[in-house]
Design a protein around this ligand. Structure first.
Ligand SMILES: *Cc1c(COP(=O)(O)O)cnc(C)c1O
Length: 373
């Protein structure tokens, strides 16, 4: 019996959501309008009343937010060496410098102590990344920022629905950036949102998001800054509204699947190879570290063998300082040994809400068959 291919992730979009997308498309107003307003309001309600602005991607949102926080040439932003490259790229795009710090092996998160050691007189912002939906030590990060006069922009791309000590990420702190890319815990196809405390960020963010346009009472426009173009569409927001209704259920299902992986794998592999569980984890991914030394094959060959068995694996992520651009400006991954190890050994196992328990078993059977005993 051949089973259907199991990808490492897949979005779940219900019929009510699809019906609403059709209604928007038939309604005549398809770009930014009432659905975007209602999506932002719903996100704000979910995040305990925080100010929320949506945009076309988290990458765009992070760049807009850092710019609104005053980051520019000569400034430094502290970024973990284990993250998606967008976290660092947005800093570089503003002419500022991404300063990398190493992470912990099982949580894949940077500690406040590691961030503190990287602070220089040029440091302006700390960028914690809640890797795979496990919250960073936010009390430690916010305390460090307060002591050193820094801003905090959380890359919460993995962390919609993540809780830290019972509080949702994005419902406290300084600025948090969520991604609604198709692979994330909820999607708008492409999209993102910023949730923040300081209402003075709203005007610069709105100008940056939509051409720098300001309107007078009669509707005449003026341009006060050379803004960009990052506004979400009502079609995308209709998808997001449907996803937000299902988010808690999605994340509960992700958690149950992650627990099943841990239960199946714990007695067969070193604990170090499994991701750290934790209260409030939203389980965006289930990363696993391959024992490359004893495996008898490369990671690429392992991924190909899993694919032959109908199972798709991802790689999240290569160590960012190992990328050509970052090497070219002087970074050396050897200075981030844990992130470099994760970057070399990691594979992402399939994890998405529509998976059955038997899919986890199928992945574990294939994995254990290929791993050394
Ligand atoms: C997905 C992701 C981003 C970028 O999100 P987009 O919405 O695709 O721009 C940024 N940081 C991390 C850690 C991500 O996983």
């Amino acid at each position: 019996m051949t089973q259907p291919f199991l990808p490492f992730t897949r979005p779940s979009i219900d019929d009510d959501t699809i019906a609403d997308v059709v209604a928007v498309l038939k309604g005549g107003w398809i770009t930014t309008g009432p659905r975007v307003a209602s999506f932002e309001q719903s996100l704000s309600d979910y995040l305990g009343g925080r100010t929320v602005r949506s945009m076309t991607s988290a990458t765009g949102g992070m760049e807009m937010a850092l710019k609104a926080l005053g980051v520019g040439p000569g400034d430094e932003v502290i970024v973990p060496a284990m993250t998606f490259a967008a976290s660092a790229n947005v800093v570089e795009r503003l002419g500022a410098k991404a300063v990398f710090v190493d992470v912990e092996l099982r949580s894949r998160n940077a500690t406040p102590a590691a961030m503190e050691a990287a602070i220089t007189p040029r440091t302006k912002v700390l960028m914690p990344v809640h890797f795979s939906g496990l919250a960073v030590d936010m009390d430690g990060v916010l305390d460090l920022a307060a002591r050193r006069g820094l801003r905090v922009m959380e890359d919460a791309a993995h962390a919609i629905g993540t809780r830290y000590k019972g509080r949702l990420i994005g419902s406290f702190g300084d600025v948090a950036s969520f991604s609604f890319h198709a692979n994330k815990n909820m999607t708008t196809v492409e999209g993102g949102a910023l949730a923040y405390a300081d209402s003075r960020l709203t005007i610069p963010l709105e100008r940056e998001r939509f051409h720098g346009i300001v309107k007078d009472a009669a509707g005449n426009i003026d341009i006060e800054t050379a803004g960009g173009k990052f506004n979400l569409t009502d079609v995308a927001a209709a998808v997001g509204l449907g996803q937000l209704r299902s988010l808690e259920a999605f994340n509960q299902r992700r958690t149950a699947l992650a627990e099943r992986y841990a239960a199946r794998l714990a007695s067969h592999v070193d604990t170090d190879r499994l991701p750290l569980p934790g209260d409030g984890h939203s389980w965006h991914m289930y990363p696993f570290l391959l024992p490359l030394g004893d495996l008898g094959m490369t990671r690429d060959a392992f991924i190909a063998k899993m694919r032959e068995r109908g199972i798709g694996l991802g790689i999240h992520y290569p160590c960012v300082p190992a990328m050509s651009y970052y090497r070219g400006i002087g970074w050396n991954p050897a200075n981030f040994p844990i992130a470099a190890r994760i970057g070399a050994e990691t594979v992402t196992l399939p994890l998405f809400p529509a998976m059955a328990d038997s899919d986890v078993d199928r992945v574990c059977d294939a994995l254990l068959e290929l791993l050394p005993r």
